[in-house]
Design a protein around this ligand. Structure first.
Ligand code: ATP
Length: 385
């Protein structure tokens, strides 16, 4: 096992915009690191540079104590688990797992010991004589991981391993990968465009956009304290709401009225003119319900026209249309493009307790937990709070 140190890595194809632009990430021994971002952000290129399938234009790559910039892939001792698992269909599970050991010319007894160790860890014992074609997707994934384990690779590298699976299997496989990684304690770098995979699997998550590292943090930190609009919009489902906002004193003017925010937040955003407020759907509540739970809602409640209500049992989504001024609309249209996401700029989505009696086509009293409000600079996207 080993740590992986990525320092100022750059990848340029031709003279174009760098696919990976000066990215630095320190991956600890045993850590599960996620590289996430929309299509074209450079995450696969970064992974391919780590594994040695892509030359490094500049920067330093260290695995354990070794600088590996110029080492061939086979000399880096990393195990890449591909999307299609790259299993040999004509070989049994046993021989698929044994394959790297045969290449290394280990004797039969040693091969047998290592294969049986791996298959017992991966609970593949009863499938050793089967061919990959007769296995489930999950079992195939484990065979692919078994092949990596027997080599005693320093790290696992995954490139979107679940993207071809249906939603149910994807969920199962995700849990399986998490369980195995924790059990094996092996350093893992995992590329995905799916924020749910990123949040559930990663010890830490590196969010990339157009080759640039946007934020490197634990899932909780990304969720609670996104560094900029892009990260805020990318992490969380349904996504964070973005609204035009202006701060005066410790009050924020939103399209629906004014709410008070904590003084230290206000101080960081006051006098900066038009801003973008970011509020997650679950930071709202039906004001009546909040009051019944003893919340003092007075300074952070507004009335709004609800046009659609979706009751899901444990929660209720209410949709509230609003209009934003052109400065904000322009910035949010850009964000929608970057995130490949649907309209962020025309409606507020609030998640209320399922017991709420709010109905569509009426004016509702909504409370917002304003300590959870973020305020972004509309020009730079930076989170000011
Ligand atoms: P996806 O999820 O779509 O695979 P990604 O985030 O993994 O995207 P990369 O595949 O790393 O992104 O690509 C990053 C950028 O580099 C893209 O703009 C892509 O077009 C460009 N790129 C990737 N490979 C090459 C190549 N061999 N030659 C030229 N440009 C490339």
């Amino acid at each position: 096992m080993a740590s992986i140190n990525i320092q100022n890595l750059v990848k340029k194809y031709g003279d174009g915009f760098p696919a990976v632009n000066n990215v630095s990430i320190d991956i600890a021994d045993g850590e599960f690191m996620i590289l996430v971002g929309p299509s074209g952000c450079g995450k696969s290129t970064l992974l391919r540079m780590i594994v040695g399938l892509e030359d490094i234009t500049s920067g330093e790559l260290t695995i354990g104590e070794r600088r590996v910039n110029d080492l061939a892939p086979r000399d880096r001792n990393l195990a890449m688990v591909f999307q299609n698992y790259a299993l040999y269909p004509h070989l049994t599970v046993y021989e698929n797992i044994a394959f790297p050991l045969r290449l290394a010319k280990l004797d039969n007894a040693e091969v047998d010991r290592l294969v049986r160790d791996a298959s017992s860890t991966l609970e593949l014992d009863e499938h050793l004589e089967r061919k990959p074609g007769n296995l489930s997707g999950g079992q195939r994934q484990r065979v692919a991981m078994g092949r990596a384990i027997v080599r005693q690779a320093d790290a696992f590298l995954f490139d979107e391993p679940l993207s071809n699976l249906d939603a149910k299997l994807r969920g199962q496989m995700r849990t399986e990968i998490a369980r195995l990684q924790k059990r094996l304690g092996i350093t893992t770098v995992y590329v995905t465009h799916d924020q749910t995979e990123a949040m559930t699997l990663g010890d830490r998550v590196a969010v990339l956009k157009r080759g640039l590292l946007q934020q490197l943090a634990t899932p909780r930190e990304l969720y609670d304290n996104p560094g900029n609009l892009f990260v805020a919009g990318f992490i969380g489902s349904p996504p964070m709401n973005f609204l035009p906002a202006e701060v005066t004193g410790n009050k924020v003017k939103l399209p629906f009225g004014e709410v008070e925010i904590p003084a230290e937040k206000a101080a960081r955003a006051e006098g900066r003119g038009l801003l973008i407020a970011g509020i997650r759907p679950e930071a709202f509540e039906d004001a009546k319900l909040a009051e019944s739970k003893g919340v003092a809602t007075g300074t952070a409640t507004f009335s709004a026209n609800v046009d659609v209500v979706e009751w899901l049992g444990n929660e209720t989504y209410a949709y509230i249309p609003f209009e934003a001024p052109p400065e904000v609309t322009k910035q949010l249209a850009q964000l929608e493009k970057e995130l490949d996401s649907e309209a962020l700029r025309t409606q507020l989505v609030v998640s209320l307790d399922g017991s709420s009696r709010i109905t569509a086509g009426t004016e509702a009293e909504i409370w917002v937990d304003s300590a959870k409000m973020h305020l972004f600079d509309p020009a730079t996207g930076e989170n000011l709070t």
